[in-house]
Design a protein around this ligand. Structure first.
Ligand SMILES: NC(=O)c1ccc[n+]([C@@H]2O[C@H](COP(=O)([O-])OP(=O)(O)OC[C@H]3O[C@@H](n4cnc5c(N)ncnc54)[C@H](OP(=O)(O)O)[C@@H]3O)[C@@H](O)[C@H]2O)c1
Length: 287
């Protein structure tokens, strides 16, 4: 089965391409150089030319402050882009996987959000991804919406210039004790754990909405503290409230995800251990 990955140089897309190829899949990668996702003609020409059986749309503008400042661009990439991928897939009689986010939820539920829970986004990024979910499902009769949360992968989030783990590793090494938000809870997930599980979902032909996240949940402060601990430094980040931290973007206080459809991925702490160890090894530092 030929799989086309859109956004193939992103932190998720690059790990999907690498892992799926290693599993023997026929994976074609595409970046914005091949087609800007907001350009329907370019996307549909690309899909028509490559004739994949499956299109995986990992593209997104993930810079949350940027999305607040420029909602038109956020919706062009995250909402219209999803429609473009979906229509192009439908025209080629392909299945679509649209990657989405925990930020489609408002964070008021006291337990992990499952697939059928009502969505209400608090920020422009979340609203644009929510619209993207609906447009993807509307545009392609065979579609799967896969929601992830707080992902980190070796490529770093290109939209944000790095990822949270990389930022915390750098701060730990510099001797800093940064303020980190302690009253927002999520399920940090290693993209290397997403790749095999998403391949299982593909092979099973699952459609509809699926939550694919690490087991367990933690606050950003707990997550940062674990990164500092694994970095072998003695200082720790300082816990602050979201209100004290400030910033232009409202985020859900609790956006941990659970699933009624698939098993949870390895625990967030396990995924983080492996990420930090791999990072250390690639830097040539012995564990
Ligand atoms: N990061 C998270 O914590 C998180 C959490 C939940 C869900 N998600 C979702 O997971 C998916 C992957 O996120 P990620 O963290 O891997 O993000 P990423 O590293 O920023 O990757 C996004 C990809 O989209 C591409 N892209 C952006 N705008 C484009 C455009 N106009 N046309 C074509 N390609 C474009 C980027 O290309 P360039 O490299 O050229 O910019 C990049 O390859 C997204 O759908 C995101 O919404 C992310």
């Amino acid at each position: 089965m030929r799989i086309l990955v859109l956004g193939a140089n992103g932190q998720l897309g690059s790990d999907l391409v690498r892992h799926w190829r290693a599993q023997g899949e026929d994976v074609v990668s595409a970046t914005r150089r091949d087609a800007r996702i907001e350009d329907y003609r370019a996307v549909s020409d690309l899909v028509a030319r490559l004739r994949p059986a499956l299109v995986v749309n990992t593209t997104a503008w993930t810079n949350l402050p940027g999305c607040e400042e420029d909602p038109a661009s956020a919706f062009a990439v995250n909402a219209l882009g999803a429609l473009h991928a979906a229509r192009a897939a439908a025209t080629a009689n392909a299945h679509l996987i649209q990657i989405s986010t925990d930020y489609v939820f408002d964070g008021t539920k006291p337990s992990p959000y499952v697939e059928g829970d009502a969505r209400r986004a608090l920020n422009v990024y979340g609203a644009s991804k929510l619209a993207g979910e609906d447009l993807a499902a509307q545009g392609c009769p065979r579609s799967t919406i896969v929601r992830l949360s707080a992902i980190y992968g070796a490529a770093g989030a290109s939209g944000k210039g790095g990822n949270f783990v990389e930022t915390m590793c750098r701060l730990a090494a510099s001797g800093a004790s940064p303020n980190v938000i302690a009253d927002q809870v999520t399920s940090p997930t290693n993209t290397l754990d997403v790749a095999p599980a998403l391949l299982d979902i593909i092979r099973s032909g699952t459609e509809g909405v699926v939550h694919l996240v690490a087991a367990g949940s933690c606050s950003w402060h707990e997550f940062a503290s674990a990164i500092f601990e694994l970095s072998g430094v003695s200082q720790r980040p300082q816990p602050v409230t979201a209100e004290t931290y400030g910033g232009p973007v409202r985020r859900p206080a609790f956006s941990a995800l659970g699933s009624t459809r698939v098993a949870a991925l390895p625990h967030w702490r396990d995924g983080l251990d492996r990420y930090v160890n791999a990072r250390r090894q690639s830097a040539g530092v012995s564990a």
